[in-house]
Ligand binder design. Structure first.
Ligand SMILES: Nc1nc2c(ncn2[C@@H]2O[C@H](COP(=O)(O)OP(=O)(O)O)[C@@H](O)[C@H]2O)c(=O)[nH]1
Ligand SMILES: [Mg+2]
Length: 417
């Protein structure tokens, strides 16, 4: 029997006799329990290692983080069948990742159901000036950021006297810097600790490994002291292995949400423009949106109401879709599809994964018993309109264990158990 794994958690324990799925995070620090729906066939206690796909929402107080998080969770509840959404913790939600290709495939195959891939969104509260020194429970929240794979930094670009603000006049640039400084200070702390340890080893004798590590850590230290983020240091993959155990906060990819007032949601305003200029300098994306409006759209249950509301605001779709799509891109992952009459589904893999590893996302047996994969490029599937037509036209490839899966591949695995 097949137990489809959802692609959001690193380790899952399936208990044969339980209707609950217990999930444990990568570092074992967090135990999660969520209900499974009928779609999960439970397996005997078994730990399956999987990737974490998590984006954390950060920002100063009262910038609209929770409003955004609520919009995300409500829209997830509304769009998905029940089992697809679970609030794992009050501040952690799972959302479907919109993908136009999935809908296109579904139009062609007309399956019983369409299953998008998902990611986790976390509302990380409590970051304030001084957080790195423990202000406002800072350490706890900085710890939460360590666990995420990408950061959604919400910045207040709306004026509203009724919404308390401790940092004076609205100023997206200084808000951005306050948060960044806290993250940099925390990283500096981590780097310095390792730096001092390695320094001693590098001093004595001819330990070339320590010397190389020390050199890299020194560069990081200087960079952070200059108020820069680690991800702009341009370290290569090998150099980064030295930092792997530090889970540096400023090494994570970031995208910004300019939370503007209703009137500016299509045009932006002077605040979002200032933010866009600053983000451009670091090659980061800015999503201009009004979180209040997004929350209102997400709360509406009837699709007609939603549609009317969006038309009133001249919106083709919720800005949330753009945000989720961008956040998913930030994780630097690929998506492949399975397209059968029962289900057309998107699956998440890391770039460069080979076919058996990609198959393991569906089920570990698929990897263990992997024989071959039938592969159709997404463009071909759409061009010819069906698997059969692709086969007739020689567009269905048989690939083996060494095949590196491409983004958009439509896959069918042959395996043996
Ligand atoms: N005017 C306006 N108020 C907003 C907007 N987004 C959030 N708020 C308000 O700002 C306050 C704080 O929002 P919240 O999401 O709790 O902020 P958090 O502290 O960052 O989580 C709430 O009263 C929200 O209604 C917005 O786009 N425009
Ligand atoms: Mg909040």
């Amino acid at each position: 029997m097949i137990s489809p794994k959802s692609s959001y958690i690193c380790a899952q324990i399936f208990d044969e006799h339980s209707t609950e799925r217990t999930s444990v995070r990568r570092n074992g620090r967090r135990d999660l329990i969520c209900q499974t729906g009928q779609d999960f066939v439970l397996r005997t206690s078994k730990i399956v290692l999987q990737m974490a796909l998590q984006a954390g929402i950060v920002g100063l107080p009262n910038v609209g983080k929770s409003t955004l998080f609520n919009a995300v969770s409500n829209s997830a509840k509304a769009q998905a069948s029940n089992y697809r959404f679970c609030t794992i913790e009050p501040n952690v939600g799972l959302v479907d990742v919109p993908d136009a290709r999935l809908n296109k495939l579904a139009e062609l195959v007309i399956p019983d159901r369409i299953v998008p891939t998902q990611m986790e969104i976390v509302d990380i509260a409590g970051l304030v000036r001084g957080a790195s020194k423990g202000e406002g429970l800072g350490n706890k929240f900085l710890g939460n950021i360590r666990e995420v794979d990408a950061i959604i930094h919400v910045i207040r670009c709306f004026e509203d006297e009724n919404v308390l603000r401790e940092e004076g006049a609205i100023n997206p640039i200084s808000d951005k810097e306050i948060i960044e400084t806290e993250l940099q200070l925390k990283d500096l702390d981590s780097v310095e600790k390792k730096w001092s340890k390695v320094e001693k080893m590098a001093r004595v004798g001819s330990d070339t490994k320590s010397k190389a590590e020390f050199e890299i850590l020194s560069r990081c230290k200087t960079h952070l002291e200059q108020g820069k983020n680690i991800h702009t240091l341009g370290l290569d993959k090998e150099e980064k292995t030295v930092l792997a155990d530090l889970f540096l906060l400023t090494d994570k990819p970031v995208l910004y949400v300019a939370n503007v007032d209703e009137a500016s949601m299509h045009t932006g305003n002077k605040y979002s423009e200032a933010l866009a200029a600053a983000a451009k300098a670091e090659g980061a994306e800015v999503i201009v949106m009004c979180n209040n409006i997004e929350a209102q759209i997400a709360e509406m249950e009837a699709p007609d109401d939603k549609q009317m509301f969006m038309e009133e605001y001249h919106m083709a779709e919720p800005a949330l879709n753009r945000l989720i799509t961008s956040a998913y891109k930030l994780l630097n992952l690929d998506t492949y599809f399975t397209a059968g009459v029962q289900e057309v589904r998107a699956w998440t893999i890391h770039k460069g994964w080979k076919a058996p590893q990609a198959a393991s996302v569906i089920h570990t047996d698929f990897e263990k018993g992997f024989i071959k994969a039938e592969v159709i490029a997404y463009e071909d599937f759409v061009k010819y309109g069906s698997e059969a037509a692709c086969r007739e036209n020689g567009r269905l490839r048989i690939e083996g264990k060494e095949y590196v899966v491409h983004d958009g591949d439509v896959m069918h695995f042959r395996f043996n158990v």
